[in-house]
Design a protein around this ligand. Structure first.
Ligand SMILES: [Zn+2]
Length: 208
């Protein structure tokens, strides 16, 4: 599975370039976001039923970027030198897009070979139908031919009609990323124009 994470194959390992993939830790309020990030292939731990101090310690120890909606927790993130992102949008895909662009990720896609287990964050491995036959209904085993299994918890997955929904999820996030990037560019142009209008050079050319 590891080799499949690399964009370059059959090259000297010394020259192999691994893509930068941030790892996240979602706090108790962000279970759905954790699940979606895992599906898109991002290593995302999820902690609930524990104290803020334990969450902070886990993020620090595992070098994960803490995702939270909690402003008080985020203050402790900043004070404690933990990497973190405060998610303030109402819309879930807006928040995912924001967390990704903060990490310089501007495009996502769904790929079953790099997706992680939505249940436990484990790595998925390809399996034959025989290997997963005890875990999936018979009609699934006979209808589909691509199966995966979580190397950690054993949950079985298959490539079925639901895959189109996951591609649509990736597309919705990409649209949000594009929109926020267009808005940032518009802000930059507006700032630049405002500065230019206020500059002495401009007054020189447009005296009142
Ligand atoms: Zn799992």
């Amino acid at each position: 599975m590891r080799a499949e994470h690399s964009p370059v194959r059959n090259v000297d390992p010394k020259h192999k370039v691994e893509p930068y993939l941030p790892s996240f830790l979602a706090d108790a309020m962000l279970g759905d976001i954790a699940r979606k990030l895992r599906i898109l292939g991002y290593d995302t731990a999820y902690i609930k039923d524990t104290s803020d101090s334990c969450v902070l310690q886990a993020a620090l120890k595992e070098k994960r970027i803490l995702l939270t909606r909690d402003k008080e927790l985020f203050k402790r993130v900043v004070k404690g030198g933990v990497q973190g992102i405060l998610l303030e949008k109402q819309d879930e895909t807006d928040n995912i897009a924001y967390a990704l662009t903060k990490n310089k990720i501007y495009c996502v896609s769904f790929d079953a070979r790099t997706a992680r287990c939505s249940l436990c964050n484990g790595i998925l491995e390809p399996r034959s139908s025989t290997k997963v036959k005890r875990r999936l209904p018979r009609n699934v085993l006979t209808t589909y031919n691509k199966f995966f299994q979580c190397s950690n918890c054993g949950k079985a997955y298959w490539e079925g009609s639901h895959i189109s929904r996951l591609h649509m999820l990736a597309q919705r996030i990409n649209n949000k990323i594009k929109k926020s990037s267009n808005e940032s560019t518009a802000d930059l142009i507006r700032d630049h124009d405002n500065k230019r209008l206020k500059s002495p050079e401009h007054e020189q050319y447009n005296p009142k």
